[in-house]
Design a protein around this ligand. Structure first.
Ligand code: NAD
Ligand code: TYD
Length: 356
């Protein structure tokens, strides 16, 4: 088992990064320090980690910093004597990448390159560079078959192309310079603290407010859903146990068509929240809208290798995970309101200034 003293988590104020930091402190035997480096873009919210800062004292440090800036990365590595990187920071939303791809190139590709350079320049001090990636790098499946570690790359969106590019760079730094790296390519995540531009939180909040539930095309695209804590446990497993240079695909064995996800979410909101003034079931809010250009038809992961090598298993099913998630959004109205109204941006600007 690999052990780390000072782990740099990039993008730790985002959805998966914030859940990961909480997971590592609460559910593993990690005894060191986590430095969360995050630029606080629209998707980053320090409020997602308010409790962590209070509970873990100087074992948790937040640095507002941008991975597009190599000098800043260098300073952080030196000041905190970083020996491990878990790299989440990215522009992560496919729809945004279609209308404004520039930041995806700068953050996902150039930012990853900057981190790799600094990690390499630190020589033996770098125990591990773990890169958190997506199954979208493999492109789209037809109605049969699964992505595995052997699937060739065939990204379609600017987002997935930028992530594919960063995966290749990470692997190249292992093969060329011997940098100890691992990579995980995971399917769609859901759970607490996800920004409500992604399918599940958007549908929960719209359903709650009685707004339309926009389903792209005919809603027949398939995604493989994984509860975020199960992704975090997979990442930690790979970081501590996988051999350097290895890649693992991670998935939920939970394929669902978008329309079925939205119907289930609408029904759960009906179950847990007060009824709409009209008294109608929220599934009636479903509205079919123009399809996403280049919309990948189906993602599905065969995660046998992760299960076989380390005995990793997911703990949540769609039934338990969706219900937990809907409840979380209903019970955390303060976080939801600050994100929905944009109040969290005002707080960030007051405390940290605007992002350059
Ligand atoms: P997110 O958009 O919620 O969070 C991204 C975080 O990165 C934010 O806190 C943001 O402020 C930060 N960030 C963005 N640009 C930055 C920069 N230049 N410098 C420093 N910080 C920056 O994303 P997420 O859903 O938590 O995804 C995290 C990672 O996991 C990404 O690399 C994504 O590709 C990957 N991933 C996501 C999913 C998913 O379903 N969400 C699935 C598989 C893999
Ligand atoms: P999303 O959460 O954006 O994740 P990704 O594009 O990375 O898979 O979308 C999940 C699926 O839901 C995807 O097939 C697009 C679809 N979708 C909708 O139908 N309506 C929406 O409003 C959104 C945001 C997504």
């Amino acid at each position: 088992m690999r052990k780390f003293n000072n782990v740099l988590v990039t993008g730790g104020a985002g959805f998966i990064g914030s859940n990961f930091i909480r997971y590592v402190f609460d559910k593993t035997d990690f005894e060191g320090r986590i430095v969360n480096m995050d630029a606080l873009t629209y998707a980053g919210n320090p409020a997602s980690l308010a409790d962590v800062g209070q509970e873990h004292g100087d074992r948790y440090v937040f640095e507002r910093a941008d991975i597009r800036d190599k000098d800043v990365i260098k300073r952080i590595f030196e000041v905190y004597d970083i020996d491990c990187v878990c790299h989440f920071a990215a522009e992560s939303h496919v729809d945004r990448s279609i209308v404004a791809p520039d930041d995806f190139i700068q953050t996902n590709i150039v930012g990853t390159f900057n981190l790799l350079q600094v990690a390499k320049e630190r020589g033996d001090k770098t125990e591990l560079f773990h890169h958190v990636s997506t199954d979208e790098v493999f492109g789209s499946l037809g109605d049969a078959g699964y992505f595995t570690e052997k699937t060739p790359y065939m990204p379609h969106s600017p987002y997935s192309a930028s992530k594919a590019s960063s995966d290749h760079l990470v692997r190249a730094y292992h093969d060329t310079y011997g940098l100890p790296i691992t990579i995980s390519n995971c399917s769609n995540n859901y759970g607490p603290y996800q920004f409500p531009e992604k399918l599940i939180p958007l549908m929960i909040l719209n359903a709650l407010e009685g707004k339309p539930l926009p389903v792209y095309g005919e809603g027949i695209n398939v995604r493989d859903w994984l509860y975020v804590d199960d992704h975090c446990s997979a990442i930690w497993t790979v970081m501590t146990q996988a051999a350097a240079g290895e890649t693992y695909v991670v998935g939920g064995r939970c394929e669902l068509r978008n329309i079925d996800v939205v119907k289930r979410i609408a029904a759960l909101v009906d179950e847990f929240a007060p009824p709409l003034p009209s008294g109608k079931p929220r599934a009636e809010l479903i509205t079919f809208v123009k399809d996403r250009p280049g919309h990948d038809h189906r993602y599905a992961i065969d995660c046998s290798r992760l299960e076989h090598d380390f005995g990793w298993r997911q703990t949540e099913t769609a039934d338990t995970g969706f219900a937990k998630t809907v409840r979380w959004y209903l019970e955390n109205s303060e976080w939801v309101e600050s994100v929905r109204t944009g109040a969290y941006r005002q707080w960030i600007e007051k405390n940290y200034g605007k992002r350059s």
